[in-house]
Design a protein around this ligand. Structure first.
Ligand SMILES: O=C(O)CCC(=O)C(=O)O
Ligand SMILES: [Fe+2]
Length: 208
């Protein structure tokens, strides 16, 4: 094997990123909320998914629900600005997203929240990311989706017509403007068999 083809083989084995602005599309939701959709940002997303499944320190969470304690139906891992992040691609995505959105957002994304949906029974219930500044201010929450296809469902708070956005491996969805205050979102359970999925969410300081 020549040097060149050996080099090609090595680089071919790594996840990578397409230019973010290519194929980026904004959709206005109303009430000051919008979604940015960037399909196919990550190159070799399933490889990144596999590497993250192994390297991320996943933990389960239990929550009080009325008089019972129940398992949260997904695994989690949270990485703030002071932490060592478990994969260099997580930091590279953070800095490319920050560079793209900084002029509009006025600050950088600083945290990566990861969720692992092991199968179609794992899910996240209706909520807005309203812990911290996002309770009263516009912000952006970025979702990078890896692995099995799932849907992000959104509905206006207080009623009205909702929508569903399919998220495939390597796709990015950004919830922007007033979205966390004026809309709720969820990842519904699926009845069909589905591959596991990892969601990486980037947020600014003091937003959860
Ligand atoms: O799985 C996703 O992409 C969304 C997760 C989510 O909404 C959250 O963790 O706040
Ligand atoms: Fe959320």
């Amino acid at each position: 094997m020549s040097q060149m083809s050996l080099f090609d083989d090595l680089t071919a084995a790594a996840p990578d990123l397409n230019p973010y602005a290519d194929g980026l599309h904004r959709r206005q939701l109303g009430r000051g909320a919008w979604l940015d959709l960037r399909p196919g940002w990550v190159i070799r997303p399933d490889l990144l998914m596999e590497q993250l499944s192994e390297r991320v320190p996943w933990y389960g969470e239990r929550r009080q629900m009325y008089d019972r304690v129940i398992d949260v139906p997904r695994l989690l891992s949270f990485h703030g600005p002071q932490d060592r992040w478990p994969h260099p691609m997580l930091e590279r995505m953070r800095s490319e997203l920050s560079a793209h959105y900084r002029p509009e957002l006025g600050e950088d994304f600083v945290s990566a929240g990861l969720c692992l949906y092991r199968n179609g029974r794992d899910s996240v219930a209706w909520h807005g990311d309203r812990i911290g500044r996002s309770a009263g201010e516009d912000t952006m929450v970025v979702i990078v989706s890896l692995g099995g296809v799932r849907r992000l469902a959104l509905r206006p708070r207080g009623g009205g017509r909702g929508l569903q956005v399919p998220m495939s491996s390597g796709d990015v969805v950004v919830m922007g403007g007033s979205c966390q205050r004026t809309w709720d979102h969820c990842v519904p359970k699926m009845h069909e068999a589905t591959r596991s999925r990892i969601s990486v969410q980037y947020r600014v300081a003091d937003v959860r």
